[in-house]
Design a binder for this molecule. Structure first.
Ligand code: GH3
Ligand code: MG
Ligand code: MG
Ligand code: MG
Ligand code: MG
Length: 312
């Protein structure tokens, strides 16, 4: 009995009560083009980016190129079975967290157990029951997106953490190289923050960090990198702008920050400043590590020169 996508969508949407399904890229490998067609019909309406492959020998290339958020693998295929592919993927640390769903016409205990033994996360029987496949894919992608988001966010400030900023900066550096664009990397360190903690308490210190983190994030474009590097240190990555503008943006931010009034409990209001060093790609370095070192050296100079200033 055919299942129409609109019916599937309605059915699943009412169950999950989701107005925004998770986004994602899926790689689907099945030697039967008819099955690929059915899966396309089921998943396309959800807005996923689909890569369909009927030859498992091209799997590795396709995996690298399509960089999927989830894999759907048929178990019974010539040359390489879904079990083989699953094993290979799990042996590669880069793909160790990639959600994998296996499809098989075999429902015997041995097949099902083997699927999970080689590292698959889920299993769906053939012939495919449309709503089941859709529901399993949606839930799996949503779970992994929540996990990924949590892993990238600094809990105190709610902005990105060092881990995520390293990924984003690396991506922007590749882009800057390919497109011949500029990239500026700034390290910001709050001035005399130990005194703030000593004077007003650690909780107030935390509040200051949280407010400043959010302000930093708001003060730049979506394509810029803004992250808490650790402690009272933040990093900002600016893509495709002039050195003059990079400096201006950071000086504007410093101006805004220094005019903020914070209030401690039973204390008069206080204000805070930061110092920053900026490094320029590729002049000061080609990778994050070199750029960080250069920016940190400039930061040190800014501190030594009296704080509350930015050195490029
Ligand atoms: P400088 O101007 O030289 O940077 O002086 P500073 O006092 O800011 O520098 P220092 O590196 O000596 O101290 C940083 C302080 O930041 C010490 C630490 O207690 C505080 N700090 C780091 N992380 C946190 C945090 O998550 N919450 C709070 N409240 N304080 C933090
Ligand atoms: Mg097959
Ligand atoms: Mg510091
Ligand atoms: Mg310090
Ligand atoms: Mg400091």
């Amino acid at each position: 009995k055919p299942v129409f996508p609109s019916q599937v969508m309605e059915a699943i949407a009412s169950v999950l009560q989701k107005s925004h399904p998770p986004e994602g890229r899926l790689l689907i490998v099945d030697d039967d083009p008819q099955v690929l067609d059915i899966i396309r019909t089921l998943l396309e309406p959800w807005g996923f980016t689909l890569t369909l492959l009927d030859d498992p020998r091209q799997f590795w290339d396709t995996l690298e190129k399509s960089a999927p958020d989830m894999l759907i693998l048929d178990v019974e295929m010539p040359n390489f079975s879904g079990i083989d592919l699953c094993q290979v993927v799990r042996n590669e640390p880069r793909w160790s967290n990639l959600p994998i769903l296996c499809l098989s016409a075999h429902t015997d205990a041995q097949t099902v157990q083997q699927v999970f033994a080689v590292g698959a996360d889920d299993y769906v029987n053939k012939p495919i029951f449309g709503p089941e496949l859709v529901a399993r894919v949606l839930c799996r992608l949503e779970r992994s997106q929540i996990t990924r988001k949590l892993a990238n966010i600094d809990p105190l400030t709610g902005i990105y953490n060092r881990r995520k900023s390293l990924q984003d900066i690396t991506r922007l550096l590749h882009l800057a190289e390919r497109q011949g664009k500029s990239f500026y990397f700034a390290v910001l360190d709050l001035d005399h923050f130990k005194q703030i903690n000593d004077q007003y308490g650690h909780d107030i210190g935390d509040q200051v960090l949280s407010e400043l983190g959010k302000l930093f994030k708001q003060s730049f474009r979506d394509e810029d990198v803004v992250a808490r590097w650790g402690g009272e240190e933040f990093v900002i990555g600016l893509y495709g702008i002039t050195s003059k503008n990079a400096l201006k943006r950071l000086n504007n931010l410093l101006e805004t920050v220094s005019q903020l009034q914070f209030s401690g409990i039973n204390h008069p209001t206080f204000s805070i400043t930061f110092s920053a060093g900026i490094a320029e790609y590729p002049k000061d370095g080609h990778d994050v590590q070199m750029l960080y070192r250069a920016a940190d050296a400039a930061l040190y100079q800014a501190k030594a020169a009296g704080r509350n200033q930015i050195f490029l």
